[in-house]
Design a binder for this molecule. Structure first.
Ligand code: FCB
Length: 513
């Protein structure tokens, strides 16, 4: 179950960091902020988890209503037209890595059926679509010249989106590193940072005349952690050192690719899409509140604070600079004054401080003293993720407050339900409608309270390849029959189409807590 992806991942990090590294490897934390200890942080979590919309809720003028997808999850054509192998191709082709032996070899076949996908977006009245570029499709071995057929594919897609009056919003890295770069050391190798900046420049040159909105990374916290520490995602490493080094390379890559993109396209709007979780203290004790702040720093700020403030948050009590190979001048290199912050948010976590006994059992307890558990109060999706709309409110409000009211885009939110067609072919996924309605209510409240949110992208346009879960989790607003590749808009997609067309949530009575 992918709940492990974020929540247990963090406790795994805590335990392994604490257990694995001798104190001698660490130098005192001179490059981290003390954001985790910010005095007087108002607890944002309140018991309220319902947002009344008994009357219509209007969204700001020109609000973007979109969907999000990722190359490996939808494109297929894994070895066509000169595409290079990616770490996800290699991982999925390794027996035992993916549920049911599924692969993204064909996925939704969007490499051939992208016109159908744009038809779906049109039918849903979308004015924005977030998709990712497959690095090995446009630069097969991660360096050197572009693969023109790969560029052509994205170029046609961009043109067709613009023609449909849909804003193309490009994610430059949604987890599919060229395998050749992995063979050269991957993200733990800091040479991958300049490779990434070169690739970003290449794409900006090819598409930047028509595309204005870019995200450098998708969820660095997730791919660095799951791919390098837990080993449940590509490239499948289980190494704390790799985790720490990959973190630093990605932070460096964020800075260098930001500069490369701006140098190529000065008017581009450049952000990054971060996985965020509302970190609620389990109790009102000072220890738990501090633990929740540390969890917030690790999960939400580890790739944001370096970009915006040129420093690491104090998520680990001491930053292992030597292990991470932080060199002098790196802090400035990590800076990327993002034009917007992309937030991917699905749920919250409940954080407590480890007991004295638990701390004593870890020799380096000062490194990451937090315990994270999933929330249990709200209903669960078929993936087991708790539905907790307040989490979206809390995170958006917190980021707004702590980063001086930045421009925010909700770059992902959504839910997995297995509802399929009934006898008449209709997919009545009312639970998905409830999910998006409640999260949008929470978002509308955050906007009313002052957040500058420009768009919402439902994950996902259509059912697709859900990483280690294969095809077993369906997140789409459109249903995909993976045997025939037929796409059918679900009831949630129809509902979303109305919301997008009216730029408003229709009235709906709140149900009591
Ligand atoms: C996010 C990923 C996205 C998809 C959704 C369900 O963490 O960015 O690719 O897997 O979760």
């Amino acid at each position: 179950m992918r709940l492990t992806r974020r929540e247990f991942a963090r406790s795994a990090l805590a335990a392994s960091v604490a257990a694995a590294l001798p104190a001698g490897l660490f130098s005192a934390c001179s490059v981290s902020s003390n954001a985790a200890h910010t005095a007087g942080v108002r607890p944002l979590a309140s018991p309220r988890n319902q947002f009344d919309n008994s009357s219509e809720i209007k969204f700001p003028k020109n609000f973007f209503w979109g969907t999000a997808t990722a190359a490996y999850q939808i494109e297929g054509a894994w070895n066509e037209d000169g595409k290079g192998e990616s770490i996800w191709d290699r991982f999925a082709h390794t027996p035992g890595k993916i549920n049911n032996g599924d692969t993204g070899d064909v996925a939704c076949d969007s490499y051939h059926r992208w016109r159908d996908d744009i038809r779906l977006m049109r039918a849903m009245n979308l004015n924005s679509h977030r998709f990712s570029i497959s690095w090995p499709r446009v630069q097969p071995s991660g360096s050197g010249p572009a693969n023109s057929k790969g560029i052509d594919y994205y170029s046609r897609l961009v043109d067709a989106l613009l023609e449909a009056r849909i804003r193309p919003m490009i994610t430059l890295y949604h987890w599919d590193l060229p395998q050749a770069l992995e063979d050269a050391g991957g993200w733990p190798n800091r040479d991958t940072a300049p490779r990434f900046a070169d690739y970003v420049e290449l794409v900006a040159q090819a598409l930047g005349d028509r595309v204005s909105d870019w995200m450098l990374f998708n969820e660095p916290c997730a791919f660095v952690d799951l791919g390098h520490l837990e080993g449940t995602h590509a490239p499948g490493h289980k190494s704390l050192v790799d985790f720490l080094r990959a973190s630093h390379t990605v932070n460096l890559a964020q800075g260098s690719s930001f500069r490369a993109l701006k140098a190529t396209r000065p008017s581009a709007r450049v952000g990054t899409a971060l996985s965020m979780i509302a970190c609620e203290p389990a109790t009102t004790s000072e220890e738990d509140k501090l633990a929740a702040e540390r969890a917030h720093a690790m999960t939400n700020l580890w790739f944001l604070e370096p970009a915006l403030n040129g420093r690491y948050p104090e998520a680990l009590a001491f930053l292992p600079e030597t292990v991470m190979r932080i060199e002098s001048g790196d802090l400035d290199k990590m800076r990327a004054p993002l034009d917007f912050i992309g937030i991917n948010l699905y749920y919250r976590t409940i954080v407590s401080a480890p007991s004295t006994l638990e701390r004593l059992s870890h020799t380096q307890e000062w490194l990451f003293p937090v315990k994270m558990a999933r929330g249990e109060q709200g209903p669960k999706t078929d993936f087991g993720w708790e539905i907790w709309p307040q989490a979206l409110y809390d995170v958006v409000a917190r980021i707004t407050r702590d980063f001086n009211r930045p421009v925010i885009e909700i770059t992902e939110s959504g839910c997995s339900y297995s509802d399929g067609p009934d006898a008449r072919g209709v997919i009545r996924d009312t639970r998905r409608i409830d999910y998006h309605r409640q999260y949008l209510q929470a978002l509308a409240r955050a906007i009313a309270d002052g957040a500058d949110v420009r768009g919402y992208h439902a994950w996902s346009l259509m059912d697709n390849f859900e990483w280690a879960e294969g095809f077993s989790q369906r997140f789409g607003l459109a249903y995909v029959d993976f045997k025939t590749q037929q796409r059918t808009i679900k009831e949630s997609g129809r509902w979303y189409a109305n919301v997008a067309a009216s730029n408003a949530l229709p009235p709906h009575p709140a149900t009591p807590d």
